[in-house]
Design a protein around this ligand. Sequence first.
Ligand code: CP
Ligand code: NVA
Length: 305
Amino acid sequence: MVSAPRHFIDLSQIAPQELRSMLDDARARKERLKAGERERPLDGKVLAMIFDKPSTRTRVSFDVGMRQLGGETIMLTGTEMQLGRSETIADTAKVLSRYVDAIMIRTTAHERLLELAENATVPVINGLTDDTHPCQIMADVLTFEEHRGPVKDKLFAWTGDGNNVLHSLIEASARMDFRLNIAVPQGSEPMAQYVDWARANGGRVAFQKTAEAAVDGADCVVTDTWVSMGQEHRARGDNVFRPYQVNEELMKRAKPDALFMHCLPAHRGEEVTDEVIDGPHSVVFDEAENRLHAQKAVIAWCLGQ
Ligand code: CP
Ligand code: NVA
């Protein structure tokens, strides 16, 4: 009997102990890599990557991660594939499954990812959709814990747009039991289904009226672009978001040793000032590095290593 593939679609679909074991594995693999150890558990395995949106970190970290594990990658863009000439996602999934051992996709509508996963007979990994970005949050939790220890009961504060990265952070707050304050302009709220799911699963998610109230006493302040890729129709103009900018004044509200996180790319002078992103609280480049280590653990988990 052929067992169902182990997809990495969303944090809500993976048990807390599985997520924890992936984070432990990421840390261990990072330590071994830094110690100069080389391992090739995925020798001969191939990961196909489909990009319907631009990427720097996701693209390079998956590629390098797969190579470090002894495997190989194939980089594809939706428009260059027959997908761009209306071959269905389902047929694409079935065909790719005959060639490769896993598929990573960065795409627009979340349904495209789900359709790919439903029809693939190999694991499918979510490399970002309009709705979620779980790989980013795995790297962010890894980063927080390296600097400050377990996330459990810590206070995270999100200020800015209620977007895909926030949706995965909301799911993580329930899965990993940390508190989450959210401050967003009216009309830029995260989708209710993510908040409802988190609350139904023990998540401690609270909406605050101002960025200041959200950040008060926080252990970690997180933001992201005010206009996500392909979401230009949701752009509200800088004035709407300006009160949610992370600047030095706002960071003073957080704990003195609070971390500042941003998935990058940053729009300096918009959602965050140079002083904060280049300042002592910022761990943004650790987050970027940890995409590599976290995703190696995700790939290994998907492929049963
Ligand atoms: N944070 C992130 O996913 O970056 P890229 O868009 O460069 O992949
Ligand atoms: N919210 C951003 C994240 C980029 C990594 C976007 O979707 O464009």
